[in-house]
Design a protein around this ligand. Structure first.
Ligand SMILES: Nc1ncnc2c1ncn2[C@@H]1O[C@H](COP(=O)(O)OP(=O)(O)OP(=O)(O)O)[C@@H](O)[C@H]1O
Length: 329
């Protein structure tokens, strides 16, 4: 990707938490994100897929600089934001938005929807009172909570989960950000409204040229909502590439297992469930020395168990971190 098309660059990004195994024990690092590199293009939507505990939320929060990275670099619009402090990060907060999994937990219950949407404008000193009113009503209209007067003066508990997630989307977009992270935005909603919400997000993302990071454990929705897929496993991006390429030609044994685990109505295909390797992801406190998937991988060799594989570009922009493809490099 040419430099002028890159919005965000992550270079060997690390986010390690300090955890203690006992009250007086020494803190030890838990490597939630452990050496992640990628470029995110302007107006590009990327899905980050992985099972629970693989580090997806931590990656999202680190990208938004809600956490200060332990190592590596984050470059946004050509500016190094890795170690900026709170005061210098105000402009970055305006450039970014977050939609979380639980819309009820993410909203202050004592504020009206109007006040919730006006708050970011007040914090960033945007517009007069009248201009802010116009922006709030427009934001509600954009997420199709109409007639807007019916919703603006309600409290969060008076809305359904789907309606409240629309408010969360309006709040994430009200400052006109260039980057939005949506962390499992539909997993707590009724199945009937999931596609509506995802479609709305995709529509707004395309209309406003926003770069989107969509975090999910559901590989089946990525096809419609992103141009690229990143597969995360135990703090690493083990495969990344254009959505079509990853779904058509999954390279990593873990990605193949994830794909074959997508429920398929065709009874013939159900036996493919057996391909999912048994076992659990490794400890992030004491990860295995070589490939982190090696303990579960049916193809693992001694080398896989000893040495961490490099990232190999097998097709254009399609990278895999797996020794099986070493002859490509
Ligand atoms: N604040 C924290 N302090 C210590 N450990 C943490 C913290 N936040 C996350 N972790 C640990 O980091 C690892 C990755 O967690 P994370 O929530 O990023 O994974 P995830 O892929 O988003 O999982 P899920 O889909 O369940 O949300 C887990 O082992 C988790 O326990």
């Amino acid at each position: 990707m040419s430099e002028d098309k890159v919005l965000l660059k992550a270079e060997d990004l690390k986010m390690w938490f300090e955890v203690r195994r006992g009250l007086f024990a020494e803190p030890i690092p838990l490597r939630a994100v452990d050496g992640v590199s990628f470029d995110l293009g302007v107006a590009e939507a990327v899905s980050v897929v992985g099972e629970s505990g693989s580090g997806k939320t931590t990656l999202g929060k680190t990208i938004l600089r809600l956490y200060k990275p332990t190592g590596g670099k984050l470059i946004f619009k050509g500016r190094d934001i890795t170690t900026l402090d709170e005061k210098d990060l105000m402009w970055y907060k305006k450039e970014t938005g977050l939609v979380q999994q639980d819309p009820y937990g993410a909203m202050p219950s004592f504020m009206t929807i109007y006040r919730i949407l006006e708050e970011p404008l007040i914090i960033h000193k945007i517009g007069s009172k009248e201009e802010r009113e116009e922006m709030v009503f427009k934001a509600l209209e954009e997420v199709r909570l109409t007639p807007v007067e019916d919703f603006a003066f309600k409290y969060p508990h008076m809305l359904s989960g789907g309606q409240l997630q629309r408010v969360a989307i309006a709040r994430a977009l009200i400052l006109r950000p260039s980057l939005v992270v949506a962390d499992e935005p539909v997993s707590m909603l009724d199945a009937s409204v999931r596609v509506e919400i995802l479609t709305l997000m995709r529509e707004l993302q395309e209309k406003r040229n926003i770069s989107f990071i969509y975090i999910t454990h559901d590989l089946s929705t990525t096809r419609y909502f992103s141009e690229k897929i990143f597969i995360m496993y135990a703090g690493h991006l083990i495969e990344r590439g254009p959505t079509k390429s990853v779904l058509r030609n999954p390279l990593h044994p873990y990605t193949r297992a994830l794909l074959s685990a997508i429920p398929d109505p065709d009874p013939e295909n159900r036996k493919r469930f057996r391909d999912v390797p048994p076992g659990e992801p490794p400890s992030l406190i004491n990860p295995p020395p070589g490939c982190r998937f090696a303990p579960r991988c049916p193809f693992a060799t001694d080398k896989c168990k000893r040495e961490e594989p490099p990232e190999i570009e097998v097709e254009k922009d399609h990278f895999v971190k797996c020794w099986l493809y070493a002859f490509w490099s």
